[in-house]
Design a binder for this molecule. Structure first.
Ligand code: T46
Length: 133
C-alpha cells in the first residue's frame, strides 16, 4: 500500500500521558532526521510531492491536519488529530497536507537526511515513475 495509519500505545498514569517512538518497536526504520511543521497559516496546502527513497512517520502531537495520499491509482485522505496516531509513509506516494488547525504541530520522523534529489515535485513525473516501476 505504501502508507498506513498506526496506533501508538499510550503510557499513562495520574501525572498524564507519554508515548515513546522507538526503532523496531513502532518505527520501522532508522531515524536520521526529525522536523516539525507548525504556525501553518489558514488555508495553506503543503506537500505536493513524492519521495523516491525516504520513509517517514508523521504524528500530529498537537491539533489536527489532513493528508491526501495518492499512489498513482487512487487518492485517499487520512486525518491526524491525536498524538497516539501516526501516519507511516514508505512507498512512492504523492502527498499533500491541508486543514491545519491553528495549534497544529506536525512532527515527522524521517529515515534519511534532507535531500532535495529524493523529491519528485511534479505530478506528471510522479505518474511516469510509477508506470516505470
Ligand atoms: C514531506 C512532508 C510531509 C529543509 O531544509 N530540511 C528539511 O528537513 C525539510 C523537511 C525541509 N527543508 C526546507 C525545504 C524547503 O525550502 O524547508 C522548506 C520547506 O519544505 P517543503 O516545502 O518540502 O515542506 P512541505 O511541508 O511541503 O513537505 C514536508 C517535507 O519536505 C516532506 O518530506 O513528506 O513535509
Amino acid at each position: 500500500m505504501g502508507y498506513k495509519k498506526v496506533d501508538f500505545k499510550t503510557l499513562g498514569d495520574e501525572r498524564g500521558s507519554l508515548i515513546a517512538l522507538e526503532k523496531d518497536y513502532n518505527i520501522p526504520f532508522n531515524v536520521n532526521r526529525v522536523y516539525y511543521i507548525f504556525d501553518t497559516k489558514d488555508g495553506v496546502r503543503r506537500g505536493y510531492h513524492a519521495h523516491i527513497k525516504l520513509k517517514q512517520m508523521a504524528v500530529c502531537v498537537k491539533g489536527s491536519c489532513t493528508f491526501v495520499l495518492d499512489d498513482g491509482k487512487k487518492r485517499e485522505e487520512i486525518s491526524l488529530d491525536t498524538p497516539n496516531h501516526g501516519l507511516l509513509i514508505e512507498g512512492l506516494i504523492w502527498r499533500e497536507m491541508y486543514g491545519f488547525s491553528e495549534d497544529c504541530v506536525l512532527v515527522v520522523l524521517a529515515s534519511e537526511h534532507y535531500d532535495e534529489d529524493d523529491y519528485i515535485r511534479d505530478y506528471e513525473k510522479f505518474i511516469k515513475v510509477i508506470h516505470e516501476q
